[in-house]
Design a protein around this ligand. Structure first.
Ligand SMILES: Nc1ncnc2c1ncn2[C@@H]1O[C@H](COP(=O)(O)OP(=O)(O)OP(=O)(O)O)[C@@H](O)[C@H]1O
Ligand SMILES: [Mg+2]
Length: 266
């Protein structure tokens, strides 16, 4: 194994008497896709907020590519290569889809975002933006104003904007939330393709278990701030604690299931 891109040790966040994240350890290899799952209030967003710098941990350490980033402010962590999906309201509605990616790309390359205008568009930036839109499957929309495209396409544009900063680590918080089943399928397949390309390392939180099982190399299951289980999708599916706490099964149901199987087999 190579050096982990991200190492989390004993990560803890307390809000008064409530411990939202409690002693989490996690090591992420380059090019891995890790899903963080757990019921509402499990601590997933708080975990993300600490990795991206929006919240300072109460305890523990976060190391990115060998460098301690614990408690650094968000802009520093972002400059070191951790990119979190923008909220859709970061999209400039009156610019075209392609111009939105170009703005982020230009800013990343050190051109002034304030001075961005059509006259300053440069060819390499345009080509890089087009290539990203192609990877996200929305290049046919590149000349549309961003405000007129569908919700699902906006979320894909958001991801293209994140990738325009060449992040070492991409944090996606519920990438398919609010999407139609068809949009969810398309987005899952696209993220899968990006992950398989080996160019990216993803941390994904997601409530849709089909998406999780489809995308994750490994899954961290959180429950009330703690690590309930960590393993491959297959291991997670099999684990009785996870089934009980998260997939909504209790022992009685499992017993009933077994009874049913026995009856069916009898
Ligand atoms: N800023 C805050 N101040 C106080 N308590 C907070 C704050 N943010 C989160 N919490 C508490 O921390 C716990 C974990 O919340 P968090 O939002 O991280 O859960 P989550 O796993 O993201 O849930 P969901 O699936 O609903 O998004 C909850 O008990 C929540 O009330
Ligand atoms: Mg959350």
């Amino acid at each position: 194994m190579s050096q982990p891109i991200l190492t989390i040790e004993n990560l803890t966040k307390r809000f008064g008497g409530n411990t939202a994240v409690n002693g989490i350890d996690l090591s992420v290899q380059p090019r891995e896709t890790i899903a963080i799952i757990g019921p509402n209030g499990a601590g997933k967003t708080t975990f993300y907020n600490m990795v991206s710098g929006r919240m300072k941990p109460s305890d523990g350490r976060i190391t990115l590519d060998g460098r301690d980033i614990t408690g650094l402010p968000p802009h520093k962590i972002s400059r070191l290569g951790v990119s979190r999906s923008f909220q859709i309201n970061n999209i400039f509605p009156e610019m075209t889809v392609q111009e939105n990616v170009e703005v982020v790309r230009s800013a990343f390359l050190g051109h002034s975002r304030r001075l961005f205008n059509l006259a300053s568009r440069n060819r390499p930036v345009q080509e890089q933006a087009e290539a990203l839109l192609e990877r996200l499957g929305i290049d046919s929309l590149k000349h549309h104003r961003a405000e007129v495209i569908s919700y699902g396409d906006k979320r894909l544009l958001e991801i293209a904007m994140v990738l325009a900063t060449e992040p070492k680590l991409v944090l996606l918080d519920e990438p398919t939330a609010g999407m139609t089943p068809e949009e969810t399928r398309r987005t899952t397949a696209l993220i899968r393709k990006l992950a398989d390309s080996g160019d990216y390392t993803f941390l994904i939180t997601e409530h849709d278990m089909d998406v999780v099982f489809n995308l994750a190399d490994r899954i961290l299951v959180m429950h009330r701030g703690e690590r309930l289980f960590a393993g491959t999708p297959e291991e997670v599916k099999q684990d009785p604690d996870v089934r009980r706490a998260y997939l909504g099964e209790d022992d009685d149901e499992q017993d009933q299931d077994q009874d049913k199987h026995q009856e069916a087999g009898a």
